[in-house]
Design a binder for this molecule. Sequence first.
Ligand code: SAM
Ligand code: TMP
Length: 408
Amino acid sequence: MAPGARCRICGETVVEFLDFGTQPLSDAFRDPADTTDEFTYRLAVGVCGECGMVQLTEEVPREEMFHEDYPYLSRGSAVMRRHFQELAERFLATELSGTDPFIVELGCNDGTMLKTVAEAGVRHLGVEPSGAVADLAAEEGVRVRKDFFEETTALDIVDTEGRADVIYAANTLCHIPYMASILRGVTALLKPNGVFVFEDPYLGDILEKTSFDQIYDEHFFFFSATSVDEMARRHGLELVDVERLPVHGGEVRYTLARPGARTRSAAVDELCEEERRRRISDLAVLEDFARKVRVIRDELVELLTRLRAEGHRIVGYGATAKSATVTNFCGIGPELVEFVCDTTPAKQHKLTPGSHIPVRPPEAFSQDYPSYALLFAWNHSEEIMAKEQDFRKAGGRWIRYVPHVHVV
Ligand code: SAM
Ligand code: TMP
């Protein structure tokens, strides 16, 4: 364990339970001509013995991950586009239905959620440090500030725009280690009756599905209702609602408010009780998860090696950030996986981080089907299965490793 790993919520000791070793940045897709050394760090995860927050033990400087060329696009999935549109419509009908409402989104990315708010003519601001994706949001008519959200940013927004009815973050809060500054900023920026709503991969789902690929540089925290409840309380806020979401392999949408401002829903205590029953912050349970992860690694490598020895072609589907953990932890390179297909323009014709597997557009997949496709984007499974039926009809098989290694 990294000596002195301290909890980023309460400052107590973090006990490590899983070490993935040296890893590259999960979204650092590499130009094939680039021969410079890749940035690496040690990827390990632990749990705080005091507040129960599961978190990485080493932090990557934020500018290494979120910069002009950050490639991830929210719009890459039809299911996620619908998910964000429905949420925006819900906000418009509820929290944003009063006089001159104002919503701030942290990590608005390409504007997929705020676009609907902008089209409704409602006051909004996206805070997004990654330049190219922020430009795409602006092209959608979204007002965006190219910046990291933290306390100083929040205070500046209060001065220039006033306070917010809703602060929202999807798949962003878990990316931010400097949580004390974030929550001070949120507290300053929220109206007295405002809500802070965020959704992120749920620890309960990660343990249940052994989805170890949710662990990578950008995912610093692995939230549960219990740990978020504790985090909110320590920072002068209250967890007032939780909602389980099917997206991205299982998430929870948390709603925080000022203490007493909102009625706490029964769902919060129910989920906390379920987590207590499952003992999801117990070291023994987390060590058992780590053991299952090593089994998946061994079985996946064995399967891929055997299929290649039998002469089969294997192609990866979806150059996800998650897949960086899979390929680099398992030692999967181009000798096992010929290429990975992906719809994201900024990832295509590059090499995957660390494992250096070529990334090609989806047409490369459909023009010459392999015998096997390794489903890295398993969290978008339904959408992908629906559009790739011809692959199955042509005799192709999917290799999956969540919740265990199997071929379908
Ligand atoms: N919200 C989008 C979604 O769910 O599809 C994008 C999620 S993306 C995985 C995480 C985003 O958070 C990136 O666009 C990144 O630039 C942004 N981000 C990282 N740190 C941030 C910070 N301190 N404040 C605001 N955005 C941040
Ligand atoms: P995510 O799991 O972080 O959302 O990343 C999904 C990646 O998979 C992203 O690079 C886009 C890619 N993708 C495809 O290539 N085809 C698809 O049909 C979908 C839904 C995603």
